[in-house]
Design a protein around this ligand. Structure first.
Ligand code: SF4
Length: 371
């Protein structure tokens, strides 16, 4: 969704969340104690709030990747739930990642509100506070569709699949690279290429002293193409690497630490504007180079998910990503291993012609071939 000039608006954080939770999760927030540190210039605006037992907190879910947002989703990421409009769900992946939660107000100390049950990670910007007023904020005869009460919990099924894959194949140690820039280069070179050939191309770049943004900018295009020849489409990929190196110089003076400290959604949007970087490459960089909790989707993932009956054949990138990101805790280590394990499964077991007899998911897979 592209914001037009007319629809742009400015939102100011009024404070920040401070707690011990560093990664978003789906459950287990009820007992989390947080402090909301309000901008001290607004302290007086809190007067009288401690007369209320509960408050509503509106916050900006800054760790969520933005990009394309599906307009229709299966609620809770469960394909057995009906496909409904995004705004008929609580999916956190929305055009504006605004969260709203009613929490118990334990204490107000000056500009600090101590609350229980806020489902926001440490550092989350808070955009508004309102008192909870029974009668105004609760409705006695509210009606909800049946999926709200009957959902089967896709999160548990995805966790079961992950556990079996991990038990069966163990940690995959992704991404094999010496530093984040090597991950970025590898993410481009691996497009339509076997990893073994990518390794050869990266080894050539290292040997030529060309594996840095500045060196790539200096290197003539034809020489670069020659160095990365083993991974195929080398002329096109040389142009892509040049575009990446150019962008890094202009956007952050090659300071990747500074670049990756930025907002995930904004960073994703910027990367998608670079020649040769699409959804999968951008998300690979976000997860494996920038340590952001973003689930990477590829053709292997879509194949496995559809065979497992968790997504329709031809599911879009965004919808497939939402199945994972709406159902699993946003855990970098989990996303790292899960994606790598799915790739392993697709390459070695759930191939074009699946070897179901060897598969650790066979007894929970509706596409299992018994021959
Ligand atoms: S049982 Fe067969 S089709 Fe199902 S995931 Fe395993 S290999 Fe793929």
């Amino acid at each position: 969704m592209v914001a037009t000039r007319k629809s742009r608006m400015t939102l100011k954080a009024i404070g920040k969340v401070s707690n011990e939770v560093t990664q978003p999760r789906r459950q287990g927030w009820e007992k989390v104690i947080s402090e909301i540190v309000i901008d001290s210039r607004l302290t007086q605006a809190l007067d009288g709030l401690d007369g209320f037992s509960h408050i509503k907190v509106l916050f900006w879910m800054h760790q969520l990747a933005a990009g394309e947002v599906p307009l229709k989703v299966h609620p809770r990421g469960d394909p057995e739930n009906p496909l409904v409009g995004l705004f008929a769900t609580r999916s956190p992946r929305r055009p504006n990642p605004i969260g709203e939660t009613t929490v118990r107000l334990l204490e107000r100390r000056g500009n600090i509100l101590r609350v229980e049950g806020l489902d926001a990670v440490c550092g989350t910007p808070v955009v508004d506070i309102k008192p909870y007023i029974p009668g105004n904020d609760s409705v006695a005869d509210a009606r909800v569709p049946s999926w709200v009460t009957q959902s089967r919990g896709i999160g548990q099924r995805l966790e079961e699949i992950y556990r079996r894959l991990m038990d069966g194949y163990g940690p995959q140690h992704w991404w094999p690279a010496e530093d984040p820039f090597e991950v970025m280069v590898g993410a481009i070179l691996t497009q339509s290429a076997a990893w073994g050939n990518v390794e050869k191309a990266i080894a050539s770049l290292k040997e030529a002293g060309a594996l840095s943004p500045a060196a790539l900018r200096r290197l003539p295009l034809a020489d670069l193409a020659k160095l990365i020849r083993p991974c195929g489409y080398y002329n096109a990929k040389a142009l892509k690497l040049k575009a990446l190196a150019q962008w890094l110089g202009e956007s952050c003076a090659d300071d990747l630490e500074r670049l990756f400290r930025g907002d995930t959604a904004a960073l994703r949007g910027q990367m998608l504007s670079i020649h040769g970087i699409g959804d999968e490459t951008a998300d690979s960089i976000l997860l494996y180079a920038a340590d952001k909790p973003v689930f990477v989707i590829d053709a292997y993932t879509r194949r496995i998910l559809s065979r497992l009956g968790l997504a329709p054949v031809g599911v879009s990138y965004a919808a497939c990503q939402a199945i994972f990101m709406d159902s699993l805790p946003a855990d970098i280590g989990l996303f790292n291993e899960y994606h790598a394990l799915l790739v392993y499964l697709a390459k070695n077991v759930c191939c074009r012609r699946p070897r179901c007899r060897e598969c650790c998911l066979a007894d929970i897979c509706p596409s299992r071939v018994t021959e």
